[in-house]
Design a protein around this ligand. Sequence first.
Ligand SMILES: Cc1ncc(COP(=O)(O)O)c(C=O)c1O
Length: 431
Amino acid sequence: MNAADRRNFLRRFTALAGVAAATPFFASAQGKSLLKSFERLQDQSPENTVTDETFWYQIKQAYTVSPNIINLNNGGVSPQPKVVQEAVERYNRLSNETPSYYMWRTLDEGREPLRRNLAALAGCSPEELAINRNSSEALETIIFGLRLNAGDEVVLTKQDYPNMINAWKQREKRDGVVLKWISFDFPMDDKAAIVKGFTDAFTPKTKVVHVTHMINWNGQILPAKEIAQEAHKRGIEVLVDGAHTFAHFQYTLPELECDYYGTSLHKWLCAPFGSGLLYVKKDKIKNLYPLFAAGDPESDNIRKFENLGTRSFAIEQGIGVAIDFHHMIGAERKELRLHYLKNYWAERVLDLPNVHLHTPLSKDWSGAIGLLGIDGKKPGEVGAHLFSAHKIHSTTIEWENIHGVRLTPNVYTTTRDLDVLVKAIRDYARA
Ligand SMILES: Cc1ncc(COP(=O)(O)O)c(C=O)c1O
């Protein structure tokens, strides 16, 4: 850790120690011991802490996860650390004292500071970020808000997320936009081949390309920036589905060079369930219609996308605490640990000839998500066995040309949990 990193770390640590008194978790013995652990780590690089199980075991204590189920479906949705749960409960109780007063005159005041915090995390201007409820809402705002005419072409892949595919199909049916499908044989680690897959589908009629930054089915990362660069050379707008990458690994939204982006915060940021964000590049805001009508739908103010009506302000304000928790772990430390956990189990089973990983191992192309296949076993059988015999919760993937059991750890997963998984896979594959 260099001097600047150490200063940042200490600043974050001191800030957290300051709030300790206000949050039951940090006032508890578990919370205090976690803070002590951070003191111990001050002089260590993120690389060194990746394998420090004592530290990660304490991170686990910051959650309320069941000790009886090993949850390896964090790809679906992630649990919140206790501090986030406590904040949501606190804000909710406050809201219930006098809802219209505390929601619209008190908690509402927190939205602009939250926007700035989120923008700092995303590396963009707060004037380009709208806060909403999930990736589906953010991405459908884009898909239904774009000014497309009959005959305009949209390039997308068969491996994109179903909600997004359905939204595009609805536009095809209603407005006559033409969907140009491409399909990949993942896993892939050939950047040029992936980019070419997209560029080969571009024609003079292409107006938009839809890029899923990390394929949810198997955790494959796509080179969003390089696809965006090729698209922009041809005047094509770029929409990125960042549901699985935000706060999973480090990047800024401007680095992706996309025009539109949506993500959920209840996945890798571990924010309250039902929290998300929409990014629209400043000069694109004016022409994108909001999904929920605004006074001036052609305004260039990003807040026109936030006319969602009454919703849970407690959930929204809980996002800020999740951002603090993310910074407390440290984005780099978290990124390294997440990738380490996937490779930890995968590398301990891949010597078996009938076991396959349908996800790249390298850090350039993958993070925490791994898709397991066992020859001669249906994914559903493997998933059912893992749960019934070992209480390992996973999800079965059967989508287009992608089949397997998806296993997704998170920061609270310990290698002890993964040792149970490794033994379970080895015994089952050998049987
Ligand atoms: C790639 C991708 N896009 C979009 C979504 C939708 O996310 P949400 O259900 O939070 O709206 C998901 C959910 O898993 C996803 O994996």
